[in-house]
Design a protein around this ligand. Structure first.
Ligand code: OXD
Ligand code: MN
Length: 591
């Protein structure tokens, strides 16, 4: 029976049923009883495997098709009316052409299958930040993951009322043909269609498709921001909690920073950290003139390999109940899971992520897929913030950008002002990791870590950032960090992980004008003594090296940024081009 009288919802669903022709339609109401029945069904079909319920209560393993294991940027499209609005960094096709193509693929795609209608909210239901969506899918795996990652349930229809402002999402697994796989956003229609995948970010539409691609466009239209950022609260010994958001390209330790555990001395002194979000921040200007952020999700969809009790104790703890594991290895001795770097001793009796016998002596490939994942409720996290459900969000004091740079970027620097901070975000970059040899990898620019996730022209997105700063009387300060600086031998100079709190301490002091800084050509740097190194064996010389600016490298950086900006057909905002010229001038004046 329909769970809503909303005519726009009913009519749209009717059209999708007529197109995909499922043999059955199930309205998901979010109840535990219904989800449990779906889990039971998935166990009978092999879509899920039940893990040891004593050691991992409520946990299941899913193996995806071996050719369907990651997001597919090459097959992801932004279909807005005019190509120039999608910009040079997105795949584009005229909406009508794409609709025609997709309608053919979706025609009868659910024949003999069940369509599940998932109502979901991004952000606490009823909050000023919240946005609602529907995902129609023929995958139980999608239903169960969406029920962890988002707020699913009938209350979404109640909050939506008879409004037409909801994201219309359609997903069918079809035959998982990679050649016909499409992940398509129609920002002007509030619509998402994905087909021929059953995996993660391609099909859990609340995440990248809605909360970043569609929402970034909505934010531009409505005056707010959807960012690929973690949200972390840092509590100082005085008991005050200050919040940062941070954006990193992949493989830069974003999930670790989101759940950081203070180093020993800090913990003794009373420092605490509180995780609000690990991946996405929706940000709004509130009446007090500050920017406030919510995490629109309710789950972590984290990369499993590398997660262990020392790299990220809190993430590991979050996976110990009510979690769906995808493409990790199965320990046959006790029906638990395993992945590379979970511990030093792989169990002897494993099935790898494809379900084949695996043992450490004979293995030529990893047991868990490198992009294997856990889908865990945020509320499992031992350091979950009290404000995680706060409908008003948390106030942001600092915005942090970061990347993996062997030499160019210092450990931390502060931008000169908001415009300069937007510039710093726009030139964000990471080097591919040839780390072991100390070789400097290829630089990949990933502005604000949004390159694959911005639902409109990247240069217009930068302009939107500039505009938000203009409107925000008490804007957060903007910083850049680099945990990956190396010495000549290719060894990391900074310990990272929990010790990153030492840098956050300086950042938050700067945000409240509590510490001085050294003005340089690239921005404000800490004085060597202002980063607390008590309890580490980091020497003053190492700290000096971590904060050293190599002017030659920065001049190369400028040439590289000029080339990058050149790709945006003259649309890069004047204020950013001016920042680039100013930086060049300051570096030249210095010599
Ligand atoms: C993610 C990503 O999965 O950014 O969060 O790729
Ligand atoms: Mn992400």
């Amino acid at each position: 029976m329909a769970l809503t009288n909303n005519r726009a919802v009913l009519q749209w669903i009717e059209e999708q049923i007529a197109l995909t022709k499922p043999s059955q339609v199930v309205w998901i109401d979010g109840s535990e009883a219904q989800l449990e029945a779906l889990r039971a069904e998935a166990l009978t079909t092999g879509e899920l495997y039940q893990l040891n319920q004593e050691k991992l209560p409520g946990c299941y393993l899913h193996r995806s098709d071996p050719h369907d294991v990651a997001r597919v940027e090459g097959r992801t499209f932004i279909c807005c009316d005019k190509q120039e609005n999608a910009g040079p960094t997105n795949n584009w096709m005229p909406p009508q052409e794409m609709y025609t193509k997709l309608r053919k693929l979706f025609d009868g795609a659910m024949a003999g299958r069940t369509m599940y209608i998932i109502p979901y909210s991004m952000g606490p239901v009823g909050s000023p930040f919240a946005k609602y969506g529907l995902e129609l899918t023929d995958s139980i795996y999608v239903v169960l993951n969406m029920a962890i990652m988002t707020r699913v349930g009938k209350e979404v229809y109640d909050a939506l009322g008879d409004s037409e402002d909801f994201v219309k999402g359609l997903h069918a697994k079809a035959d998982l043909n990679p050649e016909e796989r499409y992940i398509v956003q129609f920002p002007e229609d509030n619509a998402i269609m994905s087909i021929n995948s059953g995996y993660g970010g391609n099909v859990l539409q609340g995440k990248k498709c809605f909360a970043l691609r569609i929402a970034s466009y909505q934010g531009q239209q409505e005056g707010w921001m959807a960012e690929h950022m973690l949200i972390l609260g840092v509590q100082n010994p005085a008991g005050e909690v200050r919040y940062v958001t941070a954006a990193f390209p992949s493989a830069c330790g974003k999930t670790n920073l989101a759940m950081l555990i203070p180093p020993e001395g800090y913990e003794k002194d009373g420092w605490k950290t509180w995780c609000v979000g690990d991946d996405i921040a929706w940000i709004r200007l509130r009446e007090d003139g500050r920017l406030w952020a919510v995490n629109p999700e309710t789950g972590f969809f984290g990369v499993a390999p590398g997660t262990n009790s020392s790299s990220n104790y809190n993430a590991l703890a979050s996976t110990q109940k009510n979690t769906i594991f995808t493409n990790v290895a199965l320990n046959l001795d006790d029906d638990t899971v395993w992945w590379e770097k979970m511990d030093k001793n792989p169990p002897k009796n494993l099935l790898d992520w494809k379900g084949n016998p695996w043992n450490p002596e004979m293995a030529t490939e990893p047991a868990a897929h490198p992009n294997s994942r856990f889908t865990s409720p945020v509320k499992n996290c031992p350091c979950i913030s009290d404000h995680f459900e706060d409908p008003q969000g948390v106030p942001i004091s600092a915005i942090i950008f970061g990347g993996r740079r062997a030499k160019t970027a210092p450990l931390v620097y502060q931008s000169r002002n908001w415009h300069h901070g937007v510039f710093v975000g726009s030139i964000m970059a990471s080097e591919t990791t040839a780390a072991a040899t100390g070789a400097v990898g290829v630089v990949r620019r990933d502005p604000m870590a949004m390159l694959p996730f911005c639902g409109y022209h990247m240069a217009d997105y930068w302009q939107h950032w500039l505009d938000m700063g203009e409107k925000t009387p008490r804007a957060p300060k903007i910083f850049n960090v680099n945990w990956f600086r190396m010495n000549e031998k290719g060894e990391f100079l900074w310990p990272g992980f929990g010790d990153n709190l030492r840098v956050l301490e300086w950042i938050l002091k700067r945000a409240f004008d509590e510490v001085d800084a050294c003005e340089t050509e690239i921005g404000y740097l800490p004085f060597v003594d202002d980063i607390n190194l008590t309890g580490t064996d980091i020497t003053t010389e190492t700290m000096e090296e971590l904060l050293r600016i190599d002017r030659e490298l920065w001049r190369e950086e400028i040439a590289n940024v000029q080339e990058f900006y050149g790709k945006f057909n003259g649309k890069v905002p004047g204020a950013l081009r001016e920042e680039l010229r100013e930086l060049e001038r300051r570096l030249t004046d210095h010599t």
